[in-house]
Design a protein. Sequence first.
Length: 263
Amino acid sequence: MDLGLKGKVALVGASSRGLGRAVAEELGSEGVDLVLCARGAAALEETARAIRAASRVRVLTVAADLSQITDVARVVGAAMKEFGRIDILVTNGGGPPAGPFESHSADAWQAAVRQNLDSVVELTRDVLPGMKERRWGRIINVTSIAVKQPVDNLILSNSIRAAVTGFARTLANEVAPFGVTVNNVMPGYTRTDRVTELASKNAKLKGTSSADEIAVWEKQIPMGRLGEPREFAAMVAFLASERASYMTGSSIAVDGGWIRSLL
């Protein structure tokens, strides 16, 4: 299927590893030029080199902390200087710390809001005017299955990613007349460093092993296995495409069937 993405420009957050890197690789394979950002410069450059070699697209890297508004402006400014536009925005950030409510201070809540909500709002604020002017744009937020079925011990993620969902659903209606779509993709348990970290923390709480915790999740998933980052990335690429021009305001799970609700 031709997704009609060749020559588009995408900004992908937290793209040096995990889901963000998989999304960048998938978009690059479709001929999309890329703006990659993450806090670790070395890992970011390694990712960029691999994508350039595999896909022969232009890749700009900007080491930045997207929880800081000044860094958001710097990333978007660098993208505009290099490419002149951003057609596709994929907001993505590492998950906030695990733990029950009483284990998180007010500072921890504020840090999670900056990382997982403010970064989405500010990136959108900076790229949306150009998308509206060109009457074409894709905003895709990486959220979590936790927004539809809260996950135990993840109160920060459950709360703040739900706020992103509300923001995106409202924005989708506002910008639809301008040819801009806004969608969320909800990853389930996927083979990333984040899931490994959660398994380790759960194991310490329960006195089990990381392998035991992953096995518990796999039993909850109808497909009987963790997802692979490339499987998640394929959905993001589709939502970014011309083929998805009539899809907006949706939250789509890529979870192997883990969410049990009807809608």
